[in-house]
Design a protein around this ligand. Sequence first.
Ligand SMILES: Nc1ncnc2c1ncn2[C@@H]1O[C@H](COP(=O)(O)OP(=O)(O)O)[C@@H](O)[C@H]1O
Ligand SMILES: [Mg+2]
Length: 265
Amino acid sequence: MTHILEIKHMTKTFNESSFLLRRRFDNTPPAVDDFSLSIASGESFGLVGESGSGKSTVANSIMGLVKPEAGEILFEGHDLLTMSQQERRALYQEMQMVFQDPYSTLDPKKTVGWSIMEPLNIHKIGSKAERKQMVLEALTDVELDEAYFNSYPHQLSGGQHQRIAIASAIVLRPKLLVIDEGVSSLDVSIQAAILNLLNDLKKKYQLTYLFISHDLNVIEYFCDRIAVMYHGKLVEIFDSANTDVSKRADYTKKLVEAIPQIYLT
Ligand SMILES: Nc1ncnc2c1ncn2[C@@H]1O[C@H](COP(=O)(O)OP(=O)(O)O)[C@@H](O)[C@H]1O
Ligand SMILES: [Mg+2]
């Protein structure tokens, strides 16, 4: 089995930067504590845990948005935490992230076409005409009419926002998509449509997903393997095909019982 992503013994602590408050916050526990997991190429890997358990910190560390103080994050065997800025920039073309809040992802003053084209501009891919063609193809991929090229975010629904966010993530043809609470703010029926779309795109482009949610129902439906996180630590990893709930860790059982009570903060 080839692993596209391996996290080894990663620890991230957010220290209070205020000098006056430092003493008080010296004992802040790590947001992510000696955390390890491996994702196989082509897998839909789920990460679940209640709000504040450290899921987004894992995602943000993978994407280089926060810097862990210990551990390794290997993308196809290369450690993202020790490589040069230049190497990292090249690799980030192959990993993209879809964030939780569809409304804050897009620049309200820019057209949809502009937003999807932005990553192509940043990575200097193709001629102007080729870029436009790639954006139109990405719109078709997320099942939106090409006419949306000239639309503005305020003209879109929540589900359409999230489709645009997905389009701008796949336009670079990444290998890995990190989806942090990508459907959590959407109505259930729209969630299902987006999950189906992600499954179609996965087949079409041989994508690997790290799919993060506080909602074990969604995770179990969508993912092959599931890691459970609690207070920054890995509780267990299980196969979603194995429905024998009695074999799961006590915390995971509690998470199942608590499903209706767990909400995002
Ligand atoms: N940028 C940050 N600065 C300080 N603390 C943070 C920051 N991001 C997350 N945290 C803290 O780290 C812990 C884990 O948060 P997070 O990774 O967002 O969890 P989750 O995504 O599972 O809800 C929380 O206690 C949170 O307050
Ligand atoms: Mg989060």
